[in-house]
Ligand binder design. Structure first.
Ligand code: ADP
Ligand code: 5GP
Length: 188
């Protein structure tokens, strides 16, 4: 059986990554999304086991010690990690897996899987627009928002390494581009 594809989607926080991933999940229901483990507190609409596995810092560090993560990173003052078992089982069964991870995670997956992993990097049209979107979303405290904006400048440098770069300006056009990029990866 051919192995499934590894689709990595990365972006500075607030670029529209979750919005575009939602479109992919609707258009390609067979692609599985890797559910990460995090020490971040759940947002209002988020469910444990669906959006993330929400754990304490102690639980996270225990899983890390037990080598349960294929990759992990500290992002915006919280820990995030990807479960090894979930990924390897699904890939070997021929299922394609989509990862919503930060640029450190994208680097780690590239180091592990090379060209087997395809990275789509999403950028906002400008830093000003990124700030406007994050503020409108209204999910972050002022401190968390500033951390995310500060990190965005550095994260944007990742565009030189990505396999595909998508500037999320007009949402409808971006959804179409995203769908065509994913279709291309699945057909490679
Ligand atoms: P991320 O997952 O990258 O942090 P989100 O998908 O949550 O970002 O998007 C951040 C905010 O910007 C959300 O409120 C979303 O509805 C909005 N948004 C996403 N894409 C666009 C776009 N192309 N134009 C305007 N607003 C957008
Ligand atoms: P958020 O707190 O907004 O859900 O996510 C913050 C950042 O952490 C995003 O860039 C998201 O893609 C990233 N992230 C989520 N899960 C993981 C993971 O398992 N590993 C890594 N490296 N980053 C992750």
């Amino acid at each position: 059986m051919p192995k499934g594809k590894i689709i990595v989607v990365s972006a500075p926080s607030g670029s529209g990554k979750s919005t575009l991933i939602k479109e992919i999940k609707q258009k390609f229901p067979d692609i599985l999304e890797s559910i990460s483990t995090t020490t971040r507190l759940p947002r209002e609409h988020e469910e444990n086991g669906k959006h993330y596995f929400f754990v304490t810092k102690e639980e996270f560090l225990k899983q890390k010690r037990e080598d349960d993560f294929i990759e992990w990173a500290e992002v915006h003052d919280n820990f995030y990690g990807t479960s090894k078992t979930f990924v390897e089982t699904n890939l070997s069964q021929g299922n394609s897996v989509l990862f919503d991870i930060d640029v450190q995670g994208a680097n780690n997956l590239k180091a592990l899987y090379g060209d087997e992993a395809r990275v789509i990097f999403i950028l906002p049209p400008s830093l000003e627009e990124l700030e406007r979107r994050l503020r409108n979303r209204g999910t972050e405290t002022e401190t968390a928002l500033n951390t995310r904006l500060r990190n965005a400048r550095k994260e944007m440098e990742y565009k030189e390494k990505a396999d595909f770069v998508l500037v999320n300006d007009d949402l409808e056009q971006s959804k179409e581009k995203m769908v065509s990029l994913v279709r291309g990866i699945l057909e490679e």
